[in-house]
Design a binder for this molecule. Structure first.
Ligand SMILES: Cc1ncc(COP(=O)(O)O)c(C=O)c1O
Length: 382
């Protein structure tokens, strides 16, 4: 059997990872400023993570959600403390799309409505409701288009207000920092006003922190730069450092009912052990503070580079917008300089989503290799 060919692949086969590096079959080291798409939060092959997951694997990797699961409770407790969202309730699933799917579902259960507001260039996942709230027509099948979604301009409060006033919007869903779209940080006042409007019109305010959460922005959640308390917060990616796990953080105003939501694999013992190891390492190694410091340094340095139009982001979620399409630059970085970076839907943007453990030393290695390559690629592009 061959693989269903849906991914354009780089010609590299990583077989090992350690810290901020992955290694191919020949043992060549690649500096990882992509983190496997923002998934590697605490770094590759962390010994504490390996031990915790291995111990759980040997004890009990899985049992269903029909029994007590102390590891799940421990994870909820720890996540509440780490994020400052102690009074929220946690529902666990396996991916980001599932997190948003359940968030949108809860919103609709809550107010009985079906219309959703999302933003231009948004990405919320590939399951039915999540993909319908994603601003990319090419990835929606007719079966996904079952409810109306309005896509509003980023930071445009007035257009959202005009819609919300009609009183029929079930949920507003917004990324803490827009990722796939090209790294756009929402205005603090926009988020704060949005929350006030959502409350006024009984619309559920959903913060998608799947890419921007878990310390990536230099705070536990990117929305915490604003003074808000979203109704629902969704997480995944960095939550398991590669182990598939996602979560829905639900404000206490939502009442749980047996059978309302459910999943076979979500919240299994092994996934929760991975989730706990991640939170322990983030805290013990002060990775959130590190993301803020190293990210700030990178952004300041990058702003002065040749061909750079704008540097956007917070912490280690950085978008570098160049004045030329970056396909060749990214290839050169990977194949010649052995550095992984990410792309975005805007071809001129390079996305940096490194492990939160990226050190100043690695940041400098990246800056040096980028600078070296920029000169040739930039001139070729003009
Ligand atoms: C902001 C955001 N939401 C949701 C998702 C979907 O997550 P997953 O691929 O785990 O389903 C992604 C993935 O890139 C994302 O960046």
């Amino acid at each position: 059997m061959k693989l269903f060919d849906v991914y354009p692949l780089y010609d590299i086969n990583p077989v090992k990872g350690k810290g901020c590096y992955v290694y191919d079959e020949a043992g060549t080291a690649y500096l990882d400023l992509y983190g496997g798409h923002a998934v590697i939060s605490i770094g590759h092959g962390h010994p504490h993570y390996i031990k915790r997951v291995t111990d759980q694997l040997q004890a009990l990797p899985f049992y269903s959600n029909s029994v007590q699961n102390r590891v799940q409770e421990e994870l909820a407790e720890r996540l509440g403390k780490a994020s400052g969202c102690n009074d929220y309730h946690l529902f666990l699933i396996n991916s980001g799309a599932e997190a948003n799917e359940n968030a949108l579902k809860l919103a609709s259960f809550w107010n009985g409505r079906t219309k959703v507001i999302a933003f231009r260039k948004s990405f919320h996942g590939r399951t039915s409701a999540a993909v319908n709230a994603t601003d990319n027509q090419a990835i929606k099948a007719p079966i996904n288009r079952t409810f109306e979604v309005e896509f509003h301009e980023w930071n445009n409060l007035e257009s959202v207000r005009a819609s919300l006033e009609k009183g029929d919007i079930s949920a507003v869903i917004i990324e803490g920092i827009q990722g796939v779209g090209g790294i756009y940080v929402p205005d603090v006042t926009f988020l704060e006003e949005l929350q006030i409007l959502c409350h006024k019109y009984n619309t559920v305010f959903i913060l998608d922190e799947i890419q921007s959460g878990y310390g990536r922005s230099g705070k536990f959640f990117a929305f915490q730069y604003a003074d808000i308390q979203p109704d629902i917060i969704t997480v995944a990616k960095g939550m398991g450092n590669g182990f598939p796990i996602g979560g829905v953080l639900i404000h206490p105003k939502f009442e749980a009912k047996h059978g309302l939501l459910g999943t076979t694999f979500g919240g299994n013992h092994l996934a929760c052990a991975a989730g706990l190891a991640v939170l322990e390492v983030i805290e013990n190694e002060q990775l959130i503070e590190n993301a803020a410091t190293v990210g700030q340094y990178l952004m300041e340095q990058l702003a002065g580079f040749e061909g750079v139009r704008e540097v956007r982001g917070r912490g280690l979620m950085i978008g570098i917008e160049f004045d030329f399409p970056t396909g060749d630059l990214r290839k050169q970085l990977l194949y010649e300089e052995k550095v992984f970076v990410g792309s975005a839907s805007n071809a001129n943007v390079v996305r940096l989503l490194s492990p939160l453990s990226l050190g100043m030393k690695e940041a400098d290695i990246f800056l040096k290799r980028l600078k070296k390559n920029l000169a040739s690629v930039h001139h070729l592009a003009h």
